[in-house]
Design a protein around this ligand. Structure first.
Ligand code: TXA
Ligand code: MG
Length: 320
């Protein structure tokens, strides 16, 4: 029997029993549980096989709720929240003492956002607690952008996927933290850097790659298909390096000749970076089912969402 359903009241009942429900957001599907339930939060880490040092994002119903979660909101955080919530921006802020250490991995900050999906907003408004929700995929693998992707990963582990259709944006939220009152980008994502900068001015992008990174979404290998993946400027040149191999081409706008490859996905024929972002993970999921020897991915233009997409593709190329 399928665990996919559109029944919000059932999702609410399961969450109130401190069990998990996968929820739709505009970015990717999340694996959600009550932030105040140790049972639920432990189940999130266990289901994902996620290390406990990797903290979770707290999803709240509206901007006013922020005061229950954050101990201090810098002026630029407030400006960003007002500009982008509900939406794909996660803010990392000093936490209130009642936010459990399991959520924040013992840090004194908490990551928080108001997602923009009508079903999930309705669900959040009906609950007495916020939802912790990491992306609903096993740690390190491709994030789910359809209910079916989550079912494929977790059908034996969770009771329900709330079906909200394909995710509109398709890559994770942009994460912004603060050094004092100054914003810093911890993870590139669904909101383009340029759009944030239009609100708060120039923003540094942190790109640490050490053992305990600020945001483990910045770990080198992450968002990765099982198939070996390379990221290149010229797909045609790369194809020549893999004679006799079963090749999948993941290209931005223009297809490569069919006889040179075995499988191909064009992310956006019209050259829309929004469309390319929305298609990206679905394309990687599809590539992984083709039993290819190699995925050759084309680097996108390095501006707007192209920067965020290239970041994800880069992490998809690191060998396990
Ligand atoms: O779009 C999204 O953000 C999705 C949807 C479901 O909301 N969620 C998501 O969660 O991508 P997850 O767990 O896959 O990524 C959360 C990232 C991790 O890289 C984590 O390290 C970082 O947020 N994070 C969480 N709390 C943090 C904190 N206190 N300080 C720094 N980074 C934090
Ligand atoms: Mg994730």
């Amino acid at each position: 029997m399928s665990i996919i359903s559109t029944d919000i009241s059932r999702a609410k009942a399961i969450l109130e029993q401190n069990d998990l429900v996968a929820i739709p957001t505009e970015t990717v599907y999340g694996l959600a549980g009550n932030i105040f339930s140790e049972k639920a939060i432990k189940a999130i880490f266990e289901t994902k096989k996620r290390p406990f040092f990797n903290p979770l994002i707290v999803h709240i119903p509206n901007i006013d709720y922020l005061e229950n979660v954050a101990a201090y909101v810098p002026p630029k955080a407030k400006q960003l929240a007002e500009a982008f919530w509900p939406g794909s921006l996660t803010l990392v802020l000093p936490k209130k003492p009642n936010i459990p250490d399991l959520i924040t991995a013992g840090k004194n900050t908490v990551a928080v956002r108001v997602p923009k999906h009508p079903l999930t907003l309705k669900l959040l408004e009906s609950l007495d607690f916020p939802l912790a929700a990491p992306s609903a995929n096993p740690f390190g693998s491709i994030s789910p952008t359809r209910a079916k992707h989550v079912e494929n990963y977790f059908k034996n582990d969770i009771k329900m996927v709330l079906d909200g259709g394909p995710c509109q944006h398709g890559i994770e939220s942009t994460i912004v933290g603060f050094e004092g009152d100054d914003p810093v980008v911890y993870r590139l994502g669904s909101i383009a850097l340029e759009d944030l900068e239009a609100v708060v001015g120039t923003l540094p992008v942190m790109n640490k790659k050490e053992q305990a990174p600020e945001a483990p979404g910045m770990l080198n290998r992450h968002y990765a298909p099982k198939t070996q993946t390379v990221l290149v400027d010229s797909v045609l040149d790369e194809i020549k390096k893999h004679p006799g191999k079963k090749i999948g081409a993941l290209v931005y706008q223009s297809s490569v000749p069919e006889d040179l490859i075995d499988f191909q996905i064009v992310l956006s024929k019209n050259g829309s970076l929004n469309e390319a972002a929305a298609q990206l993970y679905d394309a990687l999921h599809a590539m992984d089912t083709q039993e290819l020897d190699v995925i050759i991915a084309e680097r996108l233009p390095d501006h707007g969402l192209g920067k965020s997409i290239n970041d994800r593709l880069q992490r998809a190329t690191v060998n396990a």
